[in-house]
Design a protein around this ligand. Structure first.
Ligand code: GLU
Length: 303
């Protein structure tokens, strides 16, 4: 298949939709991003790369960082997740507090904010400086030592992150957070400010399409762990719209309010798309559309 030709054709098809949706504005620094930005990259299991648009431009990964921290956590020891975080779709918004009270401070899954905050707390117990570990991990996986946090975005979220503060405090009251609340929030806001490009993302997460083995040969996850992560991406990776996303796109994926989506075609390739206009659930409008057309034209959804 001529992938370069195909992605250019899809780019032309989605162009009229670029600019639709709303840029996340609850984090003031994100509001300044141009809603007309667009990038796409893909990397096949054998290492071929194709891209279109602003695929090399770093953007705010936001919730995509939750995938990175989950993998880092599993990479250490997957038993640490037991009894601390669930494995079910949340059925509510990514920053919702309601379910936590019904379920005694145990978040539904590691990809909603509450679940990601628990993972950050676990990393804080495992490492003296998890911010550095997360950054080194991202750089090593993407083979790009220019990857960095955006301190302006971090500070902006810190000033307005009252809901995340409420989530951590609430879970702490149930004994599901072990480190200092301020320290957990600091680390979480920093990880969310990580900037990567579409190309960085497809390189970094190439192991998800290769049973846990990175294209440089490094074993990042076991086959079993990799299967679990991809399942979680399918059932919990795209906010409270996972059903619709699976219906339209049919791939394990993680989205972020920065407008990025990383998707996996197991045993074939990783795809990353960035377009900051979001739908009501927080998924990129054009990113979802691009991926939908990609799986439709290639016949490569997992279903
Ligand atoms: N930093 C964002 C928050 O906690 C991440 C949200 C997201 O991308 O889903 O609200």
């Amino acid at each position: 298949m001529n992938y370069q030709h195909l992605i250019e054709k899809i780019y032309q098809e989605v162009k009229p939709s670029i600019g639709k949706g709303k840029v996340a504005n609850y984090i003031p620094a994100l509001e300044r991003v141009d809603v007309n930005s667009f990038g796409f990259a893909m990397r096949t299991k054998s290492g071929e790369e194709y891209f279109v648009g602003e695929a090399l431009k770093p953007f705010s990964t936001q919730s995509i960082s939750k995938l990175l921290t989950l993998v880092l956590c599993l990479n250490n020891d997957d038993s640490v997740l037991e009894n601390k975080v669930g494995l079910e779709p949340s059925g509510s918004a990514f920053n919702s507090l309601v379910q936590l009270e019904y379920e005694n401070g145990i978040p539904r899954n590691p990809f909603i904010n509450a679940g990601a905050l628990v993972i950050t707390d676990i990393l804080l117990s495992q490492y003296t400086n998890p911010e550095d570990e997360i950054l080194f991990f991202a750089r090593e996986l993407a083979q790009n030592h220019g990857i960095n946090y955006n301190i302006e975005v971090r500070n902006s979220e810190k000033e307005t992150g009252f809901r995340n503060a409420a989530l951590v405090n609430f879970m702490k009251s149930y004994g599901n957070i072990h480190n200092d609340v301020e320290r957990v929030l600091d680390c979480y806001f920093t990880q969310c400010s990580l900037e990567m490009s579409c190309l960085d993302l497809v390189r970094a997460f190439s192991f998800l399409a290769n049973n846990g083995t990175h294209s440089n040969g490094q074993h990042i996850l076991s086959y079993r762990q990799n299967k679990k992560v991809n399942s979680l991406l399918l059932t919990c990776g795209t906010y409270d719209a996972v059903g619709k996303f699976a219906y339209r796109v049919g791939l394990p994926a993680k989205s972020g309010v920065g407008g990025g989506i990383i998707a996996v075609i197991p045993n074939e390739m990783t795809l990353a798309v960035w377009s900051p206009g979001l739908d009501k659930s927080g998924n990129s409008v054009v990113g979802s559309l691009f991926l939908e057309l990609f799986t439709t034209y290639t016949g490569k959804s997992i279903f």
